[in-house]
Design a protein around this ligand. Structure first.
Ligand code: UFG
Length: 340
């Protein structure tokens, strides 16, 4: 059993990772400023896991606070989720992204180093591959960036590489493909503020009736149905990958890994699958392409299997079913014991 610090642990991926860590018998301390999460999630995380996490409210930019966290808890490893993640917003407010994402990692590493904590899992993204084309993309593919968000993630990867060359860091870089879905309990899930940027949360809001229709960004890509294809990965699988990653670090095994299923689904396939989960065909309209989108991206997941024994097991229907259960549970104010 280890004690793991989760920065951004009240967020979408962080909350599911807390549950997976608790199920694996680990202690968790969460640091979160609740800038993009609802404090009410903590009690629901506790309901799912059978015990509430220790939560410290604050920012990864607050080095004095981080010092106190490391002084008060015997932290064995860190999973660093806390970051800004909206591509469009990053184009409008690049300095905020540099400060929170790059500055946040640097502050965290300085405080961790002072406390002698060298094991860190970093939340990265398949977006560091730019446009890898129609092939299962391996971790060795060239990296590039086309927006400030992607720039910050790539820069953080490089900071970690250079720090690990000079100091005893043991780092796990996880490059997520497209995380979707929710916990099957219906108690935790993705809760974007305002209009969702990403496909599944948008489709979910159409299904629940909060938005009238989905706009499909282009049907003239070189894919079988013309719409963009992505490697959607269930957030519960992704959470398990974090447990395997931090456990590998505790064992001294650093790694850089894709986390995806190795399969790609189109926008229309996802809309259909969500419609099956929700029990009705969902309205959509094809509009022009979104700037910066690529036709297709999917992972070569073989290194994660070889190095962590990790394999995604949940399919697109499970992702849609669990997202839909979460949407209905939220709409009912979590009053139903079984929102099914
Ligand atoms: N799409 C629509 N309509 C929408 C939203 C999306 O048709 O309203 C389409 C997109 O064009 C794309 C697919 O749905 O073909 C998936 O789009 P998302 O925005 O859900 O996901 P992206 O692959 O564009 O981006 C996501 C994250 C990024 C991350 C990237 C990594 O948003 O932060 O995956 O590949 F960097």
């Amino acid at each position: 059993m280890a004690c793991i610090l989760l920065t951004g642990g009240a967020g979408y991926i962080g909350s599911h990772t807390f549950v997976a860590l608790a199920e694996a018998g680990h202690d968790v301390v969460i640091l979160d400023d609740f800038s993009n999460s609802d404090p009410g999630v903590v009690a629901r995380m506790g309901r799912v896991a059978g015990r509430e996490p220790t939560v410290v409210r604050g920012s990864v930019l607050d080095e004095a606070l981080l010092g106190r966290v490391f002084a008060e808890h015997r932290i064995d490893g860190i999973i660093h989720f806390a970051a800004l993640k909206a591509v469009g917003e990053s184009v409008e407010r690049p300095l905020d992204y540099f400060s929170t994402n790059i500055g946040g990692l640097m502050t965290l590493m300085r405080a961790a180093r002072a406390a002698g904590v060298w094991r860190l899992v970093f939340s990265s993204t398949a977006t560091v591959y730019g446009d890898p084309g129609d092939r299962a993309v391996p971790e060795t593919a060239p990296r590039s960036h086309t927006n400030p968000y992607a720039f910050t993630k790539l820069t953080c990867e490089q900071m970690l590489e250079q720090a690990a060359a000079a100091e005893p860091w043991c780092v796990g870089v996880l490059r997520y493909f497209n995380p979707v879905g929710a916990h099957p309990s219906g108690l935790i899930g993705e809760d974007p503020r305002g209009l969702p940027n990403n496909l599944m949360p948008y489709v979910a809001k159409v299904a629940i009736g909060a938005l009238p229709e989905l706009q499909v960004f282009g049907d003239d890509y070189a894919t079988p149905d013309g719409t963009g294809m992505r490697d959607y990965v269930h957030v519960v699988d992704l959470a398990r990958a974090h447990v395997a990653s931090v456990e590998a670090l505790l064992d001294g095994r650093a790694h850089t890994l894709n986390i995806g299923t190795g399969r790609a689904n189109s926008v229309l396939e996802l809309v259909e699958a969500y419609g099956r989960a929700a029990g009705r065909a969902l309205p959509y309209r094809v509009v022009g392409r979104r700037a910066g989108d690529v036709a297709i991206t999917y992972a070569d997941p073989s290194r994660a299997r070889a190095e962590l024994g990790f394999e995604a097991t949940l399919d697109l229907d499970a992702m849609c079913r669990d997202s839909w259960r979460w949407m209905r549970a939220q709409a009912s104010g979590f009053r139903l014991n079984d929102p099914e």
